[in-house]
Design a protein around this ligand. Structure first.
Ligand SMILES: [Zn+2]
Length: 442
């Protein structure tokens, strides 16, 4: 298990150019918006005004990109959108439908058209049992910092104490600093042999996509509030977990704290501390933080590690902590990983883990789906079943300034076939309920 080897956790989309994407969806043909007015009202439009205010997504594209794991040139296909700002609650729901973010890019991999099968993975942080290699990492830290294992404390409490007075962890915002960048540059160069730039660092790890939100605390006491603000000074949202050894910045863990998850985004460290298994230690600290937060915010239970690719050596570490689940990307149910591995062994290539779904039918259904023919796009049936007349999509055409047009999906075809297709794809990939709560710029 080594997180250091694979800390390019979210590199799947490293080659997609964001500036190109930002132009996607702008049409020269302004007539497509004829008949749309910002004052048009539609049923349900006012119900979720708050989340619309805080979640804006720019209509993206589907595209192929080379695979960061098996290095095949065929690579995989993704459905991609650009987040402008996103509420933690919406992002949580997107993760539970297989989406992931890389900087401001939100992407959903087309599992049926990829060299590798990417399955979202999460560990049950509250039940994680330390394994032999975890204990070894702890001992290494205790030895280095002159700490003794305290038999009265649990494993994770000992992990927290392992750096003694020499280690300080600061929960910082994702704001850029020269100190963080110097560390990132050194790490990329020495560990991955990659050149980098301030611009890509900012875009990938500093842009504040998620809005900070107050969590649902277990009670309203002053003690609870104080304890939460000590652990999460800004509430739910993205953090740079800065590890200082002495007074020097030694490592940064980039995490998203969501209503149910701590989601690990990236980790970089000073290579001079390589002998401390920094990647493994940081994962243990993140699991430990999840457990501490659960006591204050009961909904936070899982440690989310992004996509897992069965059979990929670089990803082995992600399945290290058990119990864990993989997401079935057809039924959107989380399924215990042991059951999934069993099914994967019987169905090489993309498969569903839901015993109620027939694998052969899912593959056959591809011909009936929308243009993209992604497995998730079997969902238009779900969409249509939901009565699209009552489904309202919040659109902001590029040329309409900031005005939002709430429009029933069924009316889009009268405006533009492209917009109707897009709306149905958005419903199918993000889920009909999420789409209603997000403002989408096309
Ligand atoms: Zn691949």
């Amino acid at each position: 298990m080594s997180r250091a080897q694979s800390s390019d956790t979210e590199s799947e989309l490293g080659d997609i150019d964001q500036t190109k994407l930002s132009n996607v969806g702008i049409s020269d043909d302004e007539s497509q918006y004829e008949g749309l007015t910002a004052t048009e009202s539609a049923p349900g439009a006012a119900d979720t005004a708050d989340s619309k205010e805080t979640s804006v997504i720019i209509h993206g594209i589907q595209g192929r990109h080379p695979c960061g794991y098996c290095k095949s040139s065929w690579g995989s296909r993704s459905y991609v959108m650009i987040g402008s700002k996103l509420s933690c609650r919406i992002y949580q729901r997107l993760i539970d439908r297989g989406w992931r973010r890389s900087g401001t890019l939100l992407y959903l991999i087309d599992h049926s058209d990829s060299c590798c099968c990417y399955y979202p993975i999460r560990a049950h942080a509250l039940e994680v049992e330390a394994r032999k290699s975890d204990k070894k990492v702890l001992r290494r830290w205790q030895k280095r910092f002159g700490m003794q294992n305290d038999p009265n404390l649990g494993f994770f409490e000992n992990v927290n104490a392992a750096g003694g007075a020499e280690l300080k962890i600061v929960m910082d915002t994702t704001a850029y600093s020269d100190e963080k960048y110097s560390l990132f540059e050194k790490y990329q160069k020495m560990v991955h042999g990659d050149a980098t730039s301030v611009h890509s660092f900012k875009e990938f790890l500093c842009y504040q996509l998620l809005t900070y939100e107050q969590p649902q605390a277990r009670d309203s006491s002053a003690e609870t509030r104080e304890e939460i603000s000590r652990l999460l000074p800004h509430g739910l949202g993205s953090y740079h977990m800065c590890y200082y050894i002495g007074n020097e910045l030694a490592a940064v863990g980039v995490i998203d704290v969501l209503p149910y998850y701590i989601s690990s985004v990236y980790f970089f460290y000073d290579p001079k501390y390589s002998d401390l298994s920094m990647g493994s230690y940081s994962s243990l600290r993140e699991i430990s933080l999840t457990r501490s937060l659960h006591r204050l915010i009961p909904s936070i239970e899982y440690y989310n590690l992004g996509y897992y690719v069965p059979g990929c050596k670089k990803m082995v570490y992600k399945a290290h902590w058990r119990p864990a689940d993989l997401l079935d990307t057809i039924s959107f149910k989380w399924v215990p990983i042991e059951r999934c591995m069993d099914r994967i062994a019987r169905h090489p290539g993309f498969c569903t883990f839901d015993p109620e779904l027939d694998h052969r039918n899912i593959v056959r259904d591809k011909s009936e789906t929308l243009a993209a023919a992604m497995p998730a796009l079997n969902m238009p049936k779900e969409v249509i079943g939901k009565d699209i007349d009552s489904m309202v999509i919040q659109l902001s055409p590029m040329d309409s300034g900031n005005s939002v047009i709430p429009l029933p999906v069924s009316r889009l075809s009268t405006v533009s076939k492209n917009m109707e297709d897009f709306a149905l794809q958005a419903c199918a990939t993000m889920g009909p309920d999420v789409v209603k709560d997000v403002r989408i710029i096309v």
